[in-house]
Every structure is written in C-alpha cells, then in structure tokens.
Design a protein. Structure first.
Length: 493
C-alpha cells in the first residue's frame, strides 16, 4: 500500500509527547513490512532547513483567504530500511510555522492562529501529493492538528480523479485535545457553511476540528482497546462520546507498541550493564547507579519507586504531590523505600516537588528531562508509579515491564491492556493496580507493592520475568493497522 502519515509531530524532528514516537515507529514498521510510507509535517523553526533537501518550485495552496505559497523540504526518516526508505516531507510556511513552539509557548500555550496554521497544513497535504505525482491509498491523519485531512478528502478532494479511491484514517492519541476555536476561522477552510454543519464542526457555537474529523474519516482508531471503550462514555469522552458511539462500527482500539531498538535492557547504552531474563545482574548495577545519580544511599535491599512524567492533572500528580493532601509525603515517611522522579510541568507541582526533595531524605527529583536518566529510572527502579487520571495508551508502563520494573498503575485506558494485577493467592501478575484516583488509593497500593517486596520476594522476581517476556513490539500493532486500512479500501474499491 501507499500510505501518507499526516502529523504535527514525528521523532526526531518535532516532539511534545507520545504522538511523535508513535507516528515514526509505526511508519518504520510498515515500511519494513513492504509498504510505501511517507510522512508529512510542518517545518517548525526548530527544524534546521540546512539539513533538509528542498523540492524544486513552491507549492500553491488555496484557502478561503486566497492562495498561500510555501516551500517543501525532504529527508529520510532515521532507521528506515535501505530498500524502502520512509521519506519525510516538511511544509515550510514561515508565517505559520517559523516560530518557537509547535502549538504554543509557555507564554502563549495555544497560539491564537492554530486553527489557520493547521487548516493550511491539511490543505497543503493534497497539493503536495499533486506536486510529486504520488497519490496514497491511505491518508492517515493523527489527532486534531491533522483532523481536517479527512474532512477535505470527504467534502471535496474525493471528487477528483487523483483521490477518488483514497481512504482516510484518523487516530486519536488523546481525546482531551480537540482543536476548538472560534467559528469565525471557518471561512479560511474554503468550505461551505453546509459542510460546517454536515461535517459536525459546530460545538457550542465554536469550531471543533477533531469532531469534524471524526465525522468525516472512513475509519477511526485510538491507541488502546480499553481507551476505545472509555471514550464512548461520558466520563472519558470529553463531550465527543456520542460521536464515537455513533461511529462505533468504524472505531477500534489498537495498542501502541514500543521501539525495542531504543527501549531494550539487552542493548541499552544508558545503563551500566546489559541484562536479560537469563542474566539479571545488570539490573542490580542499574539500581546502584540510579541511587548514586540521584544522591541516595546505595542500598540493594531497599525498594525504589520511580516516576518519569509530565507534571499535569492528567497524570494524577495532584493526588501524589498536592500540598497538604498528596500521598508522597506519607509514602516516604511511613515506608522503608526510596523514591525518584524525573519530570516537568505545572509550576505549583514543580515547586512542591522541590520542597519535598529538600525535606525528605529518601525522595529525590530532577526537574526537566534527560534521556539518560529516564532509561536509568526504568532500569534501576523496582516499581514505576503511574497514577494517571486517564491514559490513552501509556508507554512508560511498557518500558518498565521490558526492564523488569513492576508498574503501579490506575485501572484506566491502555494501562488495563498492558498490566496484569498481582494475585496474592497465585503470585501471578505483572504489576499493582488501583481503581479510584485518591491519595489514599495511591498510598495503599504503593504500600501493597512494598509489602510484597519485603514479604513475597519470590513473587516479585517471578513477576519481573513475566513482564520482561511480554511482546509490545510494533509488528503486532502494524498488522492491525493494515487490517483496518484494507477494510476501509474494500469499501471504496
């Protein structure tokens, strides 16, 4: 198949979260399976044009405001198979994308012209195909910034010869972000007001880009089976649950994979010594290195609770670090353990974490992000805490399992699909799970894990091995995407 990935992010070029990892990893896997895959994304200020190759001539893109012109650059996606390389193309429009930030900055978290920026990008996708004379079987759009691609295909482009047999797929990576803007921006799409209502843009007198994409795409998926179920309920549907229930016949959950070339304890350059299920000595060395890195006493017998997270409400940080009510203080005061954190986010949370690290000798934190430290935490910790309010898929719990670190997670989203709760009677499981997101639930479940560490060590070691044997490769997920593509194509062929 010929597949074009339309996304606002892709590693290693632009990243704010798991979307970027998923787009590139899926593209590489599909290419290795023999499909012709290209990626298209904006050329942000942070992407150096000098390292890209320009396409000859400019690209004219018609919008409701007239015709805009942009340049197109290209390069290969690192890691592509030599015989079937994934080409990455960049839409270079200085006014829209020549600025710091992908969606905003700390001072302007959501750029006021985001609807126009990504409307232009979505329109440019089709003109780009015409420019290079390459027409995909599948237009695969990711999240709200590319959600207008299925809209433009259904309400216009499919009427052309070039795109008559092209199908669209829209992947929801996080339903909490929908691209809601003033409907005054709708004229810029160049679509008629009949489409505004027929495609479902209308959202309380605003314009909802993701909602229109969900109504227009031939197939819809999200990044785990359990999250697909949750998003069809009012609790996790962010007011779009009814749309997803309406489209339920075309909506599935496909679990994200992990990049095992990067997250693999057998060949990880960031840890002191490789290890595997057959030889676990390297994990003990990683634990000692982690304790040294964060200034904790080197003690092989004390359990370490690790966290690598964005410090936002979605990640449940209030229940762990909330001043005067979060559970972290009691966990570290009452239990014989060590706790380490790597992350950044909301300023109140960063400040509280710094205060806790100053007052608690067994809690250490580094504000920010470090690739080396994130790998060291995954490898050196005994447990990994993910108290997410909701979690579309989650990657860190899969990284943890691959490294023999047992996740402590909430019963939600992709965490349900990847972690098996510990059974005290049989010793089976791969982690520890709780239902309600409350400080006491976090406290009690961490306490349960620590109790098992000190009293059921054989169970803990067996769970480590079980977790490390799990298969979270992208190959399994890619096959399900191919099935979805083929089902969509069967309808239009």
């Amino acid at each position: 198949m010929k597949i074009l990935m339309a996304s606002s992010e892709a590693v290693p070029f632009a990243k704010t979260g798991g979307l970027a990892d998923a787009v590139s990893a899926l593209s590489l896997t599909l290419a290795k399976q023999g499909h012709e895959v290209k990626i298209i994304l904006p050329r942000y200020y942070s992407i150096n044009r000098d390292k890209l190759s320009p396409l000859e001539g400019e690209l004219g893109v018609r919008t409701g405001g007239g015709e805009e012109w942009c340049a197109v650059y290209t390069t290969d996606l690192p890691g592509s198979p030599k015989k079937n390389q994934v080409q990455v193309y960049f839409i270079d429009h200085e006014l829209f994308f020549g600025r710091d930030g992908i969606y905003g900055t700390p001072w302007e978290p959501d750029f006021l012209d985001n609807s126009r920026r990504f409307t232009f990008f979505s329109r440019a996708v089709f003109q780009f195909c015409r420019k290079i004379g390459w027409y995909p079987d599948v237009l695969h759009a990711h999240d709200w910034p590319a959600a207008l691609v299925p809209v433009f295909l259904k309400h216009g482009e499919r009427g052309s010869v070039e795109f008559a047999k092209t199908v669209s797929v829209l992947t929801i990576h996080n339903l909490g972000y929908q691209g809601i803007y003033s409907k005054d921006n709708f004229y810029y799409t160049g679509l008629g007001w009949d489409v505004f209502y027929n495609a479902g843009f209308d959202d309380w007198n605003m314009m909802n880009l993701l909602k229109a994409g969900l109504n227009s795409a031939d197939k819809i998926n999200t990044v785990s089976p359990h999250y697909a179920q949750e998003t069809q309920t009012p609790v996790h549907g962010f007011r779009l649950d009814w749309v997803l229930r309406y489209r339920s016949a075309d909506y599935i959950g496909i679990l994200n994979g992990i990049d095992t070339s990067v997250w693999n304890p057998q060949k990880d350059p960031y840890i002191p010594e490789p290890y595997s299920v057959k030889e676990m000595r390297g994990k003990a060395k990683a634990k000692a290195a982690l304790q040294e890195e964060f200034g904790l006493p080197v003690d092989p017998e004390v359990p370490i609770i690790g966290m690598v997270t964005r410090l936002t409400e979605q990640k449940g940080v209030g229940e762990v670090f909330g001043p005067a009510y979060g559970s972290a203080w009691s966990i570290c005061k009452d239990m014989d353990l060590q706790m380490v954190l790597l992350g950044s986010g909301e300023s109140w949370c960063e400040n509280e974490i710094k205060s806790l690290a100053y007052r608690l000798p067994n809690f250490k934190a580094h504000i920010g992000y470090s690739e080396k430290e994130s790998h060291l935490i995954e490898a050196g910790s005994d447990f990994f805490l993910m108290p997410s309010r909701y979690e579309p898929c989650g990657l860190n719990q899969m990284y943890s399992l691959a490294y023999g670190t047992l996740p402590i997670v909430r019963n939600t989203g992709g965490l349900v699909d990847t972690v098996q709760n510990y059974n005290q009677e049989t010793g089976a499981g791969t982690g520890f799970m709780f239902d309600d997101l409350t400080p006491s639930a976090v406290y009690n479940t961490v306490g349960w894990a620590v109790w098992a560490y000190y009293n059921r060590r054989d169970d803990i070691e067996a769970m480590r091995i079980t977790g490390m044997k799990q298969n979270f490769s992208w190959e399994k997920s890619a096959k399900k995407y191919i099935d979805m593509y083929e089902t969509a194509l069967a309808v239009v062929s």
